[in-house]
Design a protein around this ligand. Sequence first.
Ligand code: PBG
Length: 334
Amino acid sequence: MNIKQTGHLIKTPKFRPRRLRATEAIRSMVRETKLLPSDLIYPIFAVNGTGRKEPIEPLPGINRLSVDYILEKAGEVRALGIPALLLFGIPAYKDARGSAASDPEEAVQRAISAIKERFPEILVITDLCLCEYTDHGHCGVVEDGRVDNDKTLEVLLEAALSHARAGADIVAPSDMMDGRVAAIRAGLDQEGFCETAILSYAVKYASAFYGPFREAVGSAPRHGCRRSYQMDPGNVREALKEAALDVEEGADMIMVKPALSYLDVIRAVREEVNLPLAAYNVSGEYAMVKAAAENGWIDEQKVIMEQLFSMKRAGADLIITYHALDVARWLNDF
Ligand code: PBG
């Protein structure tokens, strides 16, 4: 760097670090949008058994973990100041009805109780969907080649109750069936789980960005697609309608998913809804950044921070992201 260009800042070299630190501190103090470890939610893929830590090829750095390894991760999450985990399950068996979703011996249920026992202060959120548990890969019960909305609600409620019994703090229905928030709320209340909160995947697009996730949990539909129950990427008014319905049905928090191609949707929902709003920085968004960074084509840390700031700027209060541990480390180091 040329001395003349840098001007007075480095005339006395020993002042330089101090000036720069003060400048950064001011910048951080007046920044309009804050990003904190407490904004983050870290997703975890739970498998049965012990000693299992299986890499997921399109999600470098993310593994399918058995409960012993999940506890290790939970310790890291707590030390970094991340308040919550989001659990997904890869079951030992799949069937047409997705029965493993409410099996108390399955990976998710065992992970919930192990985490709550060791780290009661970590919030455990569970993804509530059937696509990981059904042999056909759809998010609901299939009858005559179509997903049956109301039969699915019964199975989802059974799964929600089994998560609540295991100690889940928040259940997150991601199936996009109609009326599921109301059904789950009523069912939880009836069994005395009035304090189990609902984070609804209210606005979930039919997106190609879920590709790596479906590979991770083996949930790609065997036939058809999810377009009959997930949203068309061209729509934003529909997002407001879906969000309003879930608010009415009793959701405690809502989500927009994916995040990066839907920042306008996050903003629009933020302006209409007063509940806490989460953005899901999904698997395909993570995979793209990782692939480019591994090739040395982008600066990984800067790109990720810029992306997360864009979600907060758009109006998200919380961000579910596979980058959570790295981001919290970077934020804590500063
Ligand atoms: C449904 C669910 C999916 C994701 C979260 N919950 C997959 C889908 O809708 O097909 C995707 C998350 C991601 O891509 O990171 N269980």
